[in-house]
Design a protein. Sequence first.
Lengths: 127, 250
Amino acid sequence: MKTLVRPMPMLWWLRSRAYVLFMLRELTSVLIAAYLVVFLIFLQRIAAGPSSYGSYLHWLAHPAVLAFHLVALAAALYHSVTWLQLTPMTVVIRLRDRRVPAATIVAANVAAWVAVSILIVWLVVGT
Amino acid sequence: MTMAEPTVSLEIFRYQPDGGGTSTFQQYQVPYHEDWVVLDAINYIKDHLDGTLAYRWSCRMGVCGSCGMMINGIPKLSCATFLKEYYPHPIRVEPLANFPIERDLVIALDDFMKKLSRVQPWIVRTAEAPLGAGEYRQTPAELDQYKQFSMCLNCMLCYAACPMYGLKPLFLGPAAIALAHRYNLDSRDEGRASRQEVLDDEHGVWDCTLVGECTTVCPADVDPAAAIQQIKLSTALDWIKRALRPGGSA
């Protein structure tokens, strides 16, 4: 029998809100990757000596670069928060034959995330 | 004098395999009743307006899983979707997305059936106990481990909702993986290692990017997305265990 195959349109992800949100979440990875490139250049400039580090700092202060960092931070936060919200799907913990509620698992993950973030801030700024 | 009976408009996808390979939408005016589901309206068309319309249905009560259709672009069981959710607006009915279409609203099931059998959705034992040993017993807690994943109707709405299956037709897909997980979690089963060959394959769980729509559209609350992510986690843990074992390699 001759079946009909309807190919996926290129803009399939505009079909529903859920698909758009999924694509936005995937795209946050691009911004995070771009931030990592900027960060790698930062390390390379430190290694290259004080003058190149100084010019790099000057470049970092440019409003466009600041704006990029803010957008990348927002992308990283969106990615992290939505990722933590999905953890109960994967993590199945049973205590006394009862499954630990999803909200408890999300809260534990968020608490661990905040604790690690504070530790990093303390290491970078506090010392 | 009687009031004109209210009607609702259905735009139905039509494809005849012997009709030159083209598809079209055909519009039908169907009486509107508040307690009618979309399947009632389609049955009305078949009985009173156009006997050539082809579609699948059976139980009419959300159990058999055969009347799945795209209703205004969303995969739904047509027996569980009321006209009143859309009235007075027209309702567009198409065959389930991502599947080859045989005729009108009838899709080809072959791909799903092959994938389903590949995950061995039955209890696998390395050695069968003799009949005299009695049944394999299970506690309510052991049943609870997999019960959710055993509720699958094989309605394939999850495949129609999954863009990854649409883009990569070799992907094993949500329902087959959820059923594999159902048997992996069963205390009586010993088939995980052999299922793992299919699940940890290039087109197994790793083709899933967690869009999550399989779970959203599932009419039986199976949560196939959770099954897939849980298998990803256990597969990754297997890999770490192998890598850490003395002399082991990933």
